[in-house]
Design a protein around this ligand. Structure first.
Ligand SMILES: O=C(O)CCC(=O)C(=O)O
Length: 303
């Protein structure tokens, strides 16, 4: 049984997500759910696993943390977050995967501008991110987006991953890649970081938004515990930083697949497919609804 949001998602919020590609939905999680979130993140942070990656000395990212943190699994299965994502996007949603982002107390590093789409073997307009934190995160350390860039018809090169021009082993993998055939399984990643995916060097580089902030319409928010930030995975986003914080910034980012999301094998896939998907040998173009055992419906209108 899934808990309900503290209040309804408004038509203005739905319109903001459609128009801008992102919206901060204020005060929709109860303090009890914020506590579950904190418990789940702390449990995952305490136990790094093979899908933990330090993107720098002060930024850690984990993939699929709800797979080993029961409280984070409750956020996925029982919290109102799925309904908030679905109502904001006006689509039924399936849970695709989750990530943890951890920046400890002290110097807060920025997160560089990027899209999420280039990292995953999926595509679709209704690929929706929810980002929640049990910590207050001021505008100068929280997520920012380039307004409207979710509608740009370009997929930029991922920022992280192995570089086929520099790495002989990566080049060998890229040469063997067959379109439509999953290349990188979790098992195949034994001993590798998840960022051992090969970067697609044919994709254009992310523009230097930070150096030209005045040329873009940038949206950002002061985030408070209980808020849910919802954005399109294709939108250009990052986080400001280079400030000092007296508390850690713990975040749980979930990826929800709406009605039009399909499997797309990307040569530049960086993050492995959810483990249960490999047995299905998915083909490019297959709707995720073809795999209900891996991606059960999390929320649909009428619930
Ligand atoms: O928390 C951050 O700084 C990065 C989050 C992010 O890039 C994401 O959720 O896609």
């Amino acid at each position: 049984m899934r808990a309900k949001p503290s209040r309804a998602v408004t038509t203005e919020e739905i319109e903001a997500l459609r128009r801008d590609g992102a919206v901060l939905i204020k005060g929709v999680l109860t303090p009890e759910w914020v506590d579950v979130l904190a418990e789940g993140l702390d449990a995952a942070i305490a136990v790094p696993d093979t899908m933990t990656h330090d993107l720098g000395p002060e930024l850690r990212s984990d993939q699929f943390p709800s797979a080993h943190s029961p409280a984070l699994r409750r956020i996925v299965d029982e919290s109102p977050v799925a309904e908030i994502a679905g109502r904001a996007a006006q689509s039924p949603v399936r849970f695709y995967m989750d990530q943890l982002f951890y920046k400890p107390q002290g110097h807060v590093p920025p997160t560089p501008w990027h899209q999420d789409t280039c990292y995953y073997n999926v595509e679709g307009h209704h690929l929706i991110r929810t980002w929640v934190s049990p910590d207050p995160v001021p505008r100068d350390a929280s997520i920012e987006v380039v307004r409207g860039s979710h509608l740009w018809n370009v997929t930029y090169r991922s920022l992280a991953g192995r570089d086929p021009e520099l790495d002989a082993e990566a080049r060998e993998i890229q040469e063997k890649a067959v379109p439509g055939v999953p290349m990188l399984g979790v098992e195949a990643h034994q001993g590798w970081s998840y960022f051992s995916g090969v970067r697609d060097m044919s994709a254009p580089l992310v523009p230097d938004i930070e150096a030209h902030r005045d040329s873009y319409e940038i949206l950002g928010w002061d985030f408070e515990p209980g808020d849910v930030l919802v954005f399109h995975a294709h939108i250009l986003h990052g986080a400001r930083g280079d400030i000092t914080s007296d508390h850690a910034r713990r975040a749980h980012a979930l990826l929800w697949a709406g009605h039009d999301v399909r499997y797309l094998h990307r040569i530049g896939q960086i993050i492995p497919d959810p483990a249960g998907l490999y047995a299905h040998e998915p083909k490019t173009g297959q709707p995720l609804g073809d795999f209900p055992d891996v991606f059960p419906l999390a929320w649909a209108p009428g619930e």
